[in-house]
Design a protein around this ligand. Structure first.
Ligand SMILES: [Zn+2]
Length: 738
């Protein structure tokens, strides 16, 4: 593995193969140059001539495949671990996977046709969002002041990333031109030294005295620049244009300069550190070693001792808090704490640094923290960050020094339902972290959680029409709540804090890039859905296959090989943790049965065009209970079928029956039925539940249990992701057993 990666590293850095280098020259980027020697000039000319010839032949050979692919860049991965020495798996190119029909094809299409244009209208309308307006003002193209949250630039870059990815698959020329115009404006906002952050730049244009860089850690400068970097890498790989990448390089160079001159500033401003993932992806894209140096340093400078601080809690707002995961050095951390989006972004970034450096102390911390989340702090739907507000009493026994946290991980097993925070961005961050853990370990448990979060955490945050959003994602909603929660419990067309909606949209756009991974050994099928994969192995041999399935409603998956290299290779099929009794057939012959769950099942052979793999993942309805320490769901059940978590919504109950009146018998029979008219087509679960009258509690807090016989009532359960699309309603994932 390492030798292979080294081979690629030596020949492919900084921009992949010979095709990559051509692009670099075309767009005027500066490769690392060898010392020039006059007496070598003739030899160099000869070598270059041969290189040009080889490149021409290579391009001609690949012209059939790349005829419909605009960029002439060798590697166009979403996250490019192809040269990462400590990643076991590589992702495939942006346009290597194309959804053909079914669940994800419909959502990708909606993302292209509705989510992206609708969100652009929001972002460019100064009466609604200010995001684009801030760039126009910062660029000097319009007069005005900065409005909206300080992290609004990052929101905008996330939308732009979604547009770039969708362009990479669809080649929608309108998107291409739109991105060109926007990038031109973004470029005009950037200072000559690379600094780019519209609140401060607008301030500086108006010569405001408080316009200092990194003056306030809650200005989210590094967060904004991080999303710029990730977006720029995707845009470069999708379009072949270095316009945005060059802007991101200047920004990355600026951060490197800050690190060299004033690492304390960079440590203080590591808020919601999207720049960890961003700077590593910039390293992978450009091969610039300073970016890797910076990425490693970003982890190290979090150590309070290096910042001159003490290992004791600081006052609110200062560095050194559990809220910002920097009270103790990252390598010593074993629990997920504090702000969940910041935490998950940090963990994803640290996983990226491990993929490049192999620093075992990082992986040890990540494994411990992942265990803490997956077994103690994750909701049944893959959401994380249980608390609106709380405290982290771990740092001190002194009551006055206890630190506040918000939008945060709680204690182990502290998983309330009605007041669950579960910010949509936290679920996205959790998915990104698990995607990276999968790449570095090739272990199916991470893909299991990724799938859980995508279907039940990410999708729940956006309405079925693609135009309304949830900021928080509770697992139970009741009408009679005697207090207001900070965020709306109904889907909203615009949210004043707009971090989540574009984060969800870019993730939906990019799901196709999570479906397969590749390695020297073969293809890894991580997710299921009807699509065509046309990609290349690390040795450049081509593989093409078709996946046909009605997943997630049906667990039968057919994979038809269309093109395969003339040698043995493996197809690794993920057998999810819930899929007991799975079987695999190859060309109608049984290849395995009762397969081990939460593992990849390997089928190794010499494949030929027309070979068919059939995988059957049984999907019986399951009643799920939680560890007894999760007090909030004692004696309650959640219902799952395959990867889908279900819920009961009040619109599916008889009039006058409240969500809290309903219980189900432990032996309930739930019949499954696909309803193509309902909620864009869902499999619903129907059965008989119990309703106990007397829901009028009034001012009563406690009362004697009634011995009244409950009435039977028909219930219909729908997927949790689809709730809140039929007007105002109550909803619950957990239902009492009785
Ligand atoms: Zn958010």
């Amino acid at each position: 593995m390492k030798n292979r990666a080294h081979g690629i590293k030596d020949s492919a850095r900084p921009l992949g193969s010979a095709r990559g280098r051509l692009v670099r020259l075309r767009f005027g980027a500066s490769p690392r140059r060898e010392p020039h020697r006059r007496n070598c000039r003739l030899t160099m000319v000869k070598v270059l001539s041969i290189c040009v010839l080889v490149v021409t032949v290579c391009l001609a050979a690949s012209s059939v495949r790349s005829a419909d692919k605009t960029p002439q860049i060798a590697l166009r991965r979403t996250t490019n671990t192809s040269s990462s020495l400590y990643a076991k798996l590589q992702s495939v190119d942006i346009d290597d996977v194309r959804w053909t029909k079914g669940f994800w094809a419909e959502r990708f299409d909606l993302c292209h046709k509705v989510m992206i244009p609708n969100m652009w209208q929001l972002l460019e309308d100064p009466q609604i969002s200010h995001a684009y307006d801030n760039f126009l003002i910062a660029a000097g193209l319009k007069k005005g002041r900065h409005r909206g949250p300080k992290w609004h630039d990052g929101d905008f870059y996330k939308w732009l990333e979604a547009a770039a990815f969708v362009y990479g698959v669809t080649k929608d020329e309108k998107l291409n031109q739109q991105m060109d115009q926007i990038i031109d404006v973004i470029g005009r906002t950037q200072r000559e030294d690379g600094y780019i952050h519209t609140p401060v730049i607008i301030s500086q244009r108006s010569q405001s005295p408080d316009s200092t860089e990194f003056a306030n850690r809650l200005d989210f400068e590094t967060y904004n620049m991080g999303h710029l970097m990730t977006c720029a890498c995707i845009h470069y790989r999708a379009t072949g244009k270095a316009t945005l990448l060059n802007i991101a390089k200047k920004a990355a160079d600026f951060l490197y300069m800050v690190y060299k001159k004033s690492p304390q500033d960079l440590a203080n401003n590591a808020i919601c550190p999207s720049h960890y993932m961003g700077i590593i992806e910039m390293y992978r894209t450009t091969g610039e070693p300073r970016y890797l140096e910076l990425a490693k340093a970003l982890i190290d400078i979090r150590d309070p001792r290096l910042r001159g601080g003490k290992l004791t809690p600081a006052k609110a707002g200062e560095t050194g808090t559990d809220h910002n995961q920097d009270r103790i050095p990252f390598r010593k951390q074993t629990k997920a704490v504090g702000h969940a989006v910041r935490a998950n972004y940090l963990y994803a970034g640290a996983a990226d640094v491990y993929a490049e450096t192999g620093d075992k102390s990082l992986l040890a911390a990540l494994e411990a923290i992942w265990h803490d989340v997956a077994y103690r702090k994750m909701y049944v739907n893959g959401a994380t960050g249980a608390l609106y507000d709380g405290a982290s009493p771990d740092g001190s026994k002194n009551h006055e020094a206890i630190q506040l946290v918000h939008q945060a991980y709680g204690r182990e097993y502290q998983l309330p339902n009605i007041t669950a925070y579960n910010e949509s961005c936290a679920t996205v961050g959790f998915a990104l972290w698990n995607w990276r853990m999968l790449a570095i370990t090739a272990q199916a448990r991470f893909a299991d959680v990724l799938e859980l979060a995508l279907y039940n955490g990410v999708l729940s945050a956006i309405s079925l029409d693609g135009k309304k959003f949830f900021y928080t994602n509770p697992l139970r909603v009741v009408e009679d709540l005697p207090f207001e929660l900070r965020w709306s419990r109904k889907r909203e067309p615009y949210i004043s804090c707009f971090c989540c909606p574009p984060n969800v949209v870019r993730t939906i756009a990019e799901v196709s890039s999570f479906v397969y991974s590749i390695s020297d050994e073969g293809i890894w099928v991580n997710l299921y859905g009807s699509n065509v994969l046309d990609t290349k192995f690390p040795d450049d041999s081509r593989v093409k296959l078709i996946q046909e399935t009605d997943y997630p409603w049906d667990g039968t998956i057919r994979i038809i090989l269309e093109d395969a290299p003339a040698r043995d290779f493996s197809v690794f099929l993920r057998i999810p943790g819930w899929a007991n009794g799975s079987i695999v057939k190859v060309n109608d012959k049984l290849a395995g049965y009762n397969l081990k769950t939460e593992q990849y099942f390997e089928v190794k052979r010499k494949w030929s065009a027309g070979d068919v793999i059939e995988l059957v993942l049984p999907m019986p309805v399951k009643l799920i209970e939680a560890n007894p320490l999760v007090e909030e769901v004692r004696n309650q059940a959640a219902i799952k079928r395959g990867p889908i978590v279900y819920c009961l919504e009040s619109v599916d109950l008889p009039d006058g029956v409240k969500i809290t009146d309903v219980s189900i018998p432990p032996a309930i029979k739930l019949r499954e039925r696909f309803d193509e008219e309902l909620l864009r087509g869902v499999t619903v679960l129907q059965g008989k539940a119990h309703v106990l009258g007397g829901s009028n509690w009034g001012e009563v807090l406690y009362r004697q249990i009634s011995h009244q016989k409950p009435k039977a009532v028909d219930i219909r359960l729908i997927p949790y992701y689809a709730w809140g699309n039929r007007g105002k309603s109550e909803m619950t994932v957990w239902i009492p057993l009785r």
